[in-house]
Design a protein around this ligand. Structure first.
Ligand code: NDP
Length: 279
């Protein structure tokens, strides 16, 4: 079965819309500030889609386009101003940043309660402690997709390929919290195929086109493909979809799987942060 990320995302967005409307009716519309620095073409598309997503669900958006030459002090000054604004509940700095800007310093300047990307040390730590607050959007979206299958997670063997701070590591904590037995693999992992073959739930997040082949997958596994790779002008995932889909019980396509969930969970976090600020 193919997991339809667009359909799952659309169901969640309907709920977000209702919550955003309630906030707007109370005179406190949810607001997301998006900062883009430099002229990275992919970032421009991502930011445009985030703003579009806000409009669709009734979240106010504030877009800041800064030149690549902007100083770190100026970016931090802008973040501090946004931290103090009552109409801004989420702040997002689109990555990657131009050379010369320190990503960790800039992200650390965002008030934790407005960190809707969930990348700050505090949000990452809360997730690791089993008390998640604003969860990183892509892994959160992956969990929603796994849950949408109805497959029980507790007790299952889950394997994640990739250990980045924004996907692999938070995915580990989310699956662990659902009582899966989780293995995280990376570029130095020995006998990767042995491990992936044991996975009831396999998450591929390594950024290598069609890396996960059918022989690496257990019959009946749930396969979540986070990868976004452009090959000959076409988007492909980290999983060899055609072959693996014949073995998996559930699988996400690329595009149309994890992708639509990431922005949806960003909108979810923004509404959550806004509701909390009202309280
Ligand atoms: P990173 O490059 O930050 O991390 C890749 C990870 O994969 C690293 O941990 C690396 O190991 C591991 N890895 C690389 N090669 C291998 C290998 N041969 N065997 C095992 N592990 C390997 O990537 P991200 O986590 O940022 O992104 C992963 C993919 O997901 C990309 O395609 C990206 O475009 C996509 N993505 C999609 C999103 C969406 O919305 N759908 C959002 C975010 C990312 P090591 O640590 O040892 O180097």
């Amino acid at each position: 079965m193919i997991i339809d990320g667009k359909a799952v995302a659309s169901g969640i967005r309907e709920q977000i819309k209702l919550r955003a409307k309630k906030l707007a009716d109370e005179g406190r519309p949810a607001g997301l500030a998006v900062i883009r620095i430099g002229d990275d073409a992919a970032s421009e598309v991502y930011v445009r889609n985030k703003i579009k997503g806000c409009t669709e669900v009734g979240i106010s958006s504030f877009s800041y386009e800064l030149p690549a030459t902007t100083s770190q002090a100026t970016v931090i000054e802008l973040i501090r101003e946004l931290n103090s604004r009552d109409d801004v509940h989420g702040i997002l700095v689109q990555l990657p940043l131009p050379k010369g800007l320190d990503e960790s310093v800039i992200l650390a300047a965002i008030d934790e309660s407005k960190d809707v990307d969930g990348f700050s040390a505090k949000q990452t730590g809360l997730l690791a402690l089993g008390t998640p607050d604003l969860v990183a959007c892509t892994p959160h979206g992956c969990m929603e997709l796994i849950k949408s299958t109805g497959v029980q997670i507790a007790g299952k063997r889950a394997v994640i390929v990739g250990r980045s701070n924004i996907v692999g590591k938070p995915m580990f904590h989310l699956l662990l919290a659902e009582n899966a037995t989780v293995t995280v693999c990376h570029s130095k992992t020995r006998d990767l195929v042995e491990l992936t073959r044991q996975a009831d739930i396999l998450v591929a997040a390594l950024g290598k086109p069609r890396f996960v082949t059918a022989d690496m997958v257990k019959e009946g596994a749930v396969v979540i493909d986070v990868g976004i790779n452009r090959v000959d002008g076409k988007l492909v995932g980290d999983v060899d979809f055609d072959a693996v889909s014949k073995k998996a019980s559930y699988i996400t396509p690329v595009p149309g799987g994890v992708g639509p969930m990431t922005i949806t969970m960003l909108l979810y976090n923004t509404v959550k942060a806004a509701e909390r600020s009202v309280k």
